[in-house]
Design a protein around this ligand. Structure first.
Ligand SMILES: O=C(O)[C@H]1O[C@H](OP(=O)(O)OP(=O)(O)OC[C@H]2O[C@@H](n3ccc(=O)[nH]c3=O)[C@H](O)[C@@H]2O)[C@H](O)[C@@H](O)[C@H]1O
Length: 412
């Protein structure tokens, strides 16, 4: 009897050890299979220093608002870019916590991006070098910081370059946007998102001024098509996951610290060098015109959109109820012919331009843009105040200063 009891006890122990070993083995196998280091070692993980406590400290410090109540903690993508750097600086100035992210690509002179980064860092904004397409960094950022908002300004910009490098538009403006939305939808809490769409979505629309209600199904460039696609993708993520998303259609933004690939910028450079510039013209000598919008007005619009953005409603990747979905024009509402832009620059630079008037090439450019801004005005009091002459004067002052006709400028 005693012997029987002992045998049963030994049998139970053996069974327990067997099943425990099997369970632990299976668990280890699953963990090993899913480990990122087993098959998917990413050099960027080391690059942005995820294992570096100093790096984490800087991120968290930069993200901290001046006071907890009323202030935001904002992730700004494309922070070393033109609009991104201005918006980051403005947010920091008013007391919000800001973390920047930028991949510092070579689409245009990266030293200009580094100079913007340096200036931001002296103003307390940490800009991480990383790509919105990198899952690891996106996940890590949302694990470290409970961002209240994301200002998504990272993109492949430029209308004409889309014919040279179409893949870069898909990579940044489609794949990158989806990756960003994926990270935001899984974050807890989900942030509200404000992101840069473009006036180019109006494409061949001829009804002026362009209203948000007008058709946007005739893009004239791949750039425009990717921005339009972004607006549709935003709808999907809002609908399924309860993300609060606001798209801003920027109209030809210009100003100090601007983008060297834009006409006003390289016209200035070439005029000063005595090089000829190509000025595009429509058929029947019709002038090409843009609703040029000064950077400070755009920054005001970005802050207004952030301030009126409602919270996302989802959590843990699940929607709880309907969330806000908006699109606004941010333009100047007074289109100026490109020929006039050149005349203003000639006056400010005191140099006559060597103009080559060429027919508008079929490379994605449209004849004119003109924003109706009444919706943004109604929702957050958007009211641009800078005319082209005044804005270009500020740009030229910065340009002469920055490109070493003097010391490098250390302010916005
Ligand atoms: O609002 C937007 O959504 C876009 O604005 C900007 O695009 P655009 O309005 O095309 O600005 P930009 O290139 O400065 O050309 C200005 C004018 O100069 C004309 N232009 C251009 C080049 C040239 O050599 N000659 C010329 O006449 C040209 O025909 C045009 O009429 C941003 O770059 C873009 O990223 C996007 O944000």
């Amino acid at each position: 009897m005693k012997m029987d009891k002992h045998r049963r006890w030994t049998y139970s122990i053996t069974k327990l050890v067997f099943w425990t070993t099997l369970f632990a083995g299976t668990l280890l196998f699953i963990c090993f299979q899913n480990s990122p280091s087993s098959s998917d070692s990413s050099p960027t993980v080391v690059k942005w220093g995820s294992s570096n406590p100093q790096w984490e400290k800087r991120v968290k410090f930069s993200a901290r608002p001046r006071t907890r109540s009323g202030h935001f903690s904002v992730l700004v993508t494309g922070a070393a870019g033109f609009v991104g750097s201005h918006v980051s600086a403005a947010l920091k100035r008013r007391g919000d916590g800001v973390v920047g992210l930028d991949n510092f690509n070579t689409y245009y002179d990266p030293s200009l991006k580094r100079a913007r980064q340096k200036l931001l860092e002296t103003n307390g904004v940490f800009v991480i070098e990383g790509d919105i397409n990198d899952n690891h960094i996106m996940k890590k950022l949302f694990e470290m910081v409970a961002f209240t908002h994301v200002m998504h300004l990272a993109a492949q910009a430029g209308v004409r370059y889309a014919m040279k490098n179409p893949g870069s538009y898909i990579h940044s403006n489609i794949a990158g946007l989806v990756n960003l939305f994926e990270a935001c939808k899984s974050a807890n809490p989900q942030p509200a998102i404000v992101w840069a769409s473009s006036s180019s979505v109006y494409g061949l629309n001829t009804k002026v001024p362009f209203s948000e209600k007008d058709r946007t199904d005739q893009p004239a460039s791949l750039y425009a098509a990717t921005k339009k696609a972004g607006e549709e993708i935003a709808h999907t993520y809002n609908h399924i996951y309860g993300l609060s998303i606001t798209g801003l259609r920027f109209f030809t933004v210009y100003g100090p610290w601007g983008r060297p690939d834009m006409a006003y910028f390289f016209f200035t450079k070439d005029i000063l060098k005595g090089k000829p510039i190509s000025v595009f013209q429509g058929s029947n000598n019709k002038s090409v015109a843009r609703d040029f919008t000064y950077i400070d007005d755009i920054v005001e619009g970005c802050l207004g959109a952030l301030d009126t953005a409602e919270k996302s409603t989802g959590s843990g990747g699940k929607k709880k109820k309907n969330a806000q979905l908006r699109v606004f024009n941010l333009g100047n509402t007074s289109p100026v012919p490109v020929t006039k832009l050149v005349s203003i620059l000639e006056k400010l630079l005191k140099v006559k331009a060597k103009r080559n008037v060429l027919p508008l090439p079929r490379n994605g450019d449209v004849m004119f843009t003109h924003a109706n801004i009444s919706y943004a005005q109604k929702e957050f009091g958007y009211k641009p105040t800078t005319d082209l002459q005044t804005g270009l004067q500020k740009f030229v002052n910065w340009y002469l200063d920055y490109y070493s006709i003097g010391e490098k400028k250390n302010s916005w």
